[in-house]
Ligand binder design. Sequence first.
Ligand code: ADP
Ligand code: ZN
Ligand code: ZN
Length: 805
Amino acid sequence: MAIVAKVIVDVPTMQTDRPFDYLVPARLEDALQAGMRVWVQFGKGARKVSGMVVSVSDQSDYDGQLKPLLDVLDPAPVLDHELLKLSKWLAQTTYSFWIACMQTMLPTMLKIDAVKVAEPVKLTADEQQKYFGTADSLAIGSLNAEQQVAVMKLAQAGKVAISYLKKDRARVKKIFYLIPQLSLEQAAAEREHVRKNAAKQLKLLTLIGEWAANNQHPALMTVEHQYGLTKPVINQAVEKGWLKLEGHETYRDPYPELQHQPLTKPLPLTPEQQTIVTQINAAVAERDPKTFLLEGVTGSGKTEIYLQVIARVLAAGQTALMLVPEIALTPQMVNRVKGRFGTHVAVMHSGLSDGEKYDEWRRIARGEAQVVVGARSAAFAPLKNIGVFIMDEEHETSYKQDSAPRYHARDVLLKRAQIHHAPVVLGSATPSLESRARAEKGVYTLLRLPHRINDQPLPPVHIVDMREAFAHGAQEDFSGPLLDALRIRLQRQEQSVLLLNRRGYSSFVMCRDCGYVAKCPNCDISLTLHMDTHTLKCHYCGHEEPIPHRCPNCGSDKIRYYGTGTQKVEAKLQQLLPDARILRMDVDTTRRKGGHARILDAFGDHQADILLGTQMIAKGLDFPDVTLVGVIDADTALGLPDFRASEKTFQLLTQVSGRAGRADKPGEVFVQTFNPDHYAIQYAKRQDYEGFFRQEMAIRHRGNYPPYFYSTKIAVSHVDETQAAKAIFSLAKELREHLSDQVIMLGPTPGPIARLKNRYIYQIVLKYKHEPALAATLQHILEETQQSSRHGFLVAIDPEPLAFV
Ligand code: ADP
Ligand code: ZN
Ligand code: ZN
């Protein structure tokens, strides 16, 4: 009986979203399972492509001659049954290609690179000799420029064929050990046969004798370092049969410094915490996939609750998945989880190298790590038998991916919770309106922690009206009251945190004579200044150019830097407070691996008085000697054309205020603003989430915004602006024909950035309460545009977009 593999091939098109059948050769029959990556032939040109087996069957629905499956890449499935199913669900709910979803779920190292190769078709003997010699193919990337041109000419003449071979990137790290093959006596005897001036070999023989006598197998790396014996010397010894090299697979450990730390003990819970832990534990025990919304003020002990729930789950032989926002995945958070559960923990976030990510992923897949703490993509961690899902800071927008597949990690957890029959805990001091509204309706169970641990008061928040402050001679970004408060902290040797509510490098270059602003040649957006590299960069397409000394427009040399980046604020602050030791934390100072940790360690170590930073300092930091938090510009987000502007402002102010007065010393917060009466700022001053929630809900209700309405954004792009505009209008027409008249359509309008990477963007936003025909209509539109994608159209569908414009 023939065995057939159903394979999703790595050729992202609509057509390939359904599996193709391949005949499994007898030699692979036993090994092959669903969830393994394979090589197959695809299409007319017998192109070799990779693919994923989604099922194995003994029959085919295809009447023609089946092509054989060529090879299997994995010894074991890389996607288990649950994750395969999840990948299909992800493709459907985010309108993405199935293969793209599978790849999103796997570490980068399991992606496959294409290598361009040339193969002879009809070459003269001379040409064969000149280009290929005895080889039957050439990797084009390995040729020099001249040779490449020559080979491409041969290709144009039909003399060689160009194809793409694909290469698996997965690399396992091995540590090699030296196994002596001589006894002490044999090694001594062997020394007699070695030339007297071959010092290294003599030394090695002595060592081999010692290792043999003590039954030691030293690591190659140690031997190289300790005795200065190089690879060639050791290889020679292996050839002579003195030694054997034995490779052992090993994991790259992203946190070696945490390896030998003693584990922390669970804290005795407060009665408030205990009630909550009891409720969550009950749901875990009953395998009840319900969702809890844990609304707890900053410093109320939410993290301790997560840790104790996880401990219970582990004791029951299950596993736990905990998500935290990338930005909060500071060493402090990793420390708390690793500090409690040690080697049971795997960490997944973008700060790890590809190799480290692959190894953490394998430790999880093999069941060697039972607790995963990670950022968004860790939602797909290959844990089995998950007992609880936790999402800290559930309101964070970084949980939504803004490129395809446009998934929200919260939805992924809720879906997996159903499959694993396990509860989800969403935690935040400032829950998203969507989640809080669901709790209001009883869809989620609301758990509240209104008090800080030990009844520490929340710090008082002072609002500083910057309009008045300027009238009283405020120095640029610093009002009198904030400066006074900073000076007091310096005297008392306490620490302060200052938040600059804008991207760290928001400065740009402008000509004072003609107003010229340097713009990206590919995108409709100004270039931003990076002082560390002395260049202007586009944050969208990566374009980079030197800072001009003369205006390219009018030739004037009055070209100046504008905007207040963190660097500029730091310089000003240093001038105002010459004695203060300031640490700056922004994208520029944290770009390198470990940059984050270095700055936080230094601050924790009291090497600085003031930590000045962007949003990244607002989350999760816990420093006992911080008694002052200052927000330099609370308004930045309020000015954005985004219906969530107030929500984001409220969240940020509340989060950052929570950094003050976390230990026994009371804290204080200063918020500088030009809109002191804005309700988001007023509720943040009172740290009144519930009050903010009610007022904001009323506003959303009046404006027909989420969470009262669902929303979907549809964008079309094309290099030709007229084509893009035409396409969006015909799309709008098609949508109106298929959808009910309850749907509210915003647009068509140009995208918020009208041109990106040389493509013009037009968009529509749909708002609706109940629209059963929507999914099918959008799917149909995608299928249609698949055909037109050959004419250069791209359609992007974003379910529940985080911004409308
Ligand atoms: P959150 O995550 O809500 O901001 P944390 O879990 O970080 O709060 O707790 C705030 C501080 O209180 C931390 O320093 C933590 O160690 C401490 N803490 C938490 N729970 C307890 C407890 N039951 N007893 C004593 N200290 C606690
Ligand atoms: Zn650009
Ligand atoms: Zn100019």
